[in-house]
Design a protein around this ligand. Structure first.
Ligand SMILES: *[C@@H]1O[C@H](CO)[C@@H](O)[C@H](O)[C@H]1NC(C)=O
Ligand SMILES: *[C@@H]1O[C@H](CO)[C@@H](O)[C@H](O)[C@H]1NC(C)=O
Ligand SMILES: *[C@@H]1O[C@H](CO)[C@@H](O)[C@H](O)[C@H]1NC(C)=O
Ligand SMILES: *[C@@H]1O[C@H](CO)[C@@H](O)[C@H](O)[C@H]1NC(C)=O
Ligand SMILES: *[C@@H]1O[C@H](CO)[C@@H](O)[C@H](O)[C@H]1NC(C)=O
Length: 373
């Protein structure tokens, strides 16, 4: 018995020493975020020719020092809130001049760019933006940099342990398919466009897996036919039903795609989460959630609608926490909080620091959920 214990203890000591020697560099778990303006934390600020900008007041009024920071909201993004709740650092924008290998190893990178889509052609009238393929290309550059810094083996481990967020799709509809200036709008039907979009997304997620992504979440779309910009298109001011149906079709297809990929790709834990139903309910019954307005932007240019963006001459609503929408396109900080909580509930997330086993590598941030799709 004693002998057995000793051997076991020796083995443990050996295992710890061995693993220390092999994994001398203990990498942190960080996030790599791919997305559009709903997740952008400053990339477009550095794309000087981009027309999709959040660089003027009153963007950022409820964040940090209250100055514009590149987020297309008054406060936090959904990815900010989910990451915070999981105990993960907030990754800086890829184009942030302070980004270097040490910052990446500590915090990850956010490649999200306002106006970007799943498709390369989406958002071309913004002149400059990173679409998802471009964002993945930039991520490959980041991988080169990290391999040079910590070596191939450690880099592989670092990228496999990281968390990935992919949150795009609304621009592929709002700033592509639903706009007659884009050829996709006359090339495809509702069905074939959603197919084309999800097939492209499938190729992109498979590519990310090949590059090392193992724990990844895809955000679905909200009822984008109800954003203020879509409402002003109808005389009644109601939601655009056709646009909402497209969002639902995209969510259904991509949810299936993500669950297919999880079963096909080795070691992949890819999850899909959307907050469509809750946001739809919030828009229909704002009072139920403590909101007071769900049909117009908090920041608007007097009675001139739609205002393309929030500018210093715009007027702000009295209580920003009671508005679902911050500007014509984007939810407010308080709506983002509701969206984030709903997604976390659906995905059954646990914070990375809440792990029961004393294993040296933190447990999965994406624990299996009970209401699996
Ligand atoms: C995990 O991290 C969160 C956020 O950083 C913190 O509030 C919480 O207390 C931590 N939980 C544990 C078990 O350490
Ligand atoms: C999309 O853009 C990337 C570069 O950003 C390029 O490598 C790729 O070939 C393009 N794909 C298509 C289908 O145009
Ligand atoms: C998912 O897999 C099922 C069963 O193989 C297939 O019928 C379906 O078309 C796939 N869906 C997507 C979006 O890949
Ligand atoms: C999957 O995980 C196992 C066990 O950790 C590992 O041996 C294998 O190389 C992994 N495969 C891929 C493709 O990541
Ligand atoms: C918002 O509050 C104002 C003033 O209390 C009230 O007149 C209005 O009906 C409310 N609107 C909604 C959508 O709750």
């Amino acid at each position: 018995m004693i002998k057995y214990l000793n051997i076991k203890t020796l083995f443990i000591i050996y295992a710890i020493t061995f693993s220390f020697l092999v994994h001398g560099y203990n990498c942190k778990i960080v996030q790599f975020i791919f997305g559009d303006s709903l997740s952008d934390v400053g990339n477009n600020k550095y794309l000087s020719k981009s027309l999709a900008q959040a660089s003027l007041p009153w963007y950022g009024i409820d964040f940090g020092n209250g100055l514009p920071n590149g987020r297309f909201s008054n406060g936090r993004t959904v990815a900010d809130i989910i990451g915070d709740d999981m105990g993960l650092p907030r990754p800086p924008a890829f184009l942030d001049p302070s980004l270097n290998e040490d910052v990446i190893l500590e915090n990850g990178v956010n490649y999200a760019s306002g106006g970007g889509g799943i498709l390369n052609e989406t958002g071309s009238y913004f002149v400059q933006r990173f679409g998802l393929y471009k964002q993945i290309e930039l991520f490959q550059g980041t991988q080169e940099l990290i391999r040079g810094k910590i070596g191939d083996k450690e880099a592989e481990k670092f990228f496999q342990e990281a968390r990935y967020v992919v949150a795009l799709g609304s621009n592929d509809f709002i700033n592509n398919y639903l706009m007659p200036v884009y050829s996709d709008s006359w090339t495809y039907s509702d069905n074939t466009f959603v197919q084309y979009l999800t097939q492209t997304l499938g190729d992109q997620l498979t590519l990310l897996h090949r590059l090392g992504a193992r724990k990844l979440m895809v955000f679905g779309l909200g009822p984008m036919g109800c954003i203020p910009l879509q409402r002003v298109l109808s005389t009644s001011g109601g939601c655009q039903d056709k646009t909402n149906k497209l969002a639902l079709a995209f969510n259904q297809e991509s949810s299936q795609l993500v669950s297919n990929l999880t079963s096909i790709l080795p070691n992949a834990t890819f999850r899909f989460g959307d907050a469509y139903d809750v946001v739809n309910d919030l828009i229909t019954n704002p009072n139920k959630y403590g909101f007071n307005n769900s049909d117009s932007p908090c920041c608007s240019f007097g009675k001139i609608r739609p205002a393309l963006t929030c500018v210093p001459a715009s007027m702000l609503c009295k209580d920003r926490s009671k508005y679902v929408f911050w500007d014509e396109y984007h939810p407010s900080d308080s709506a983002n909080e509701l969206i984030a909580k709903e997604m976390m509930k659906k995905l059954g997330f646990k914070p990375v620091n809440q792990t029961e086993s004393p294993s040296p590598s933190p447990g999965p941030a994406m624990a299996p959920s009970t209401d699996d799709n």
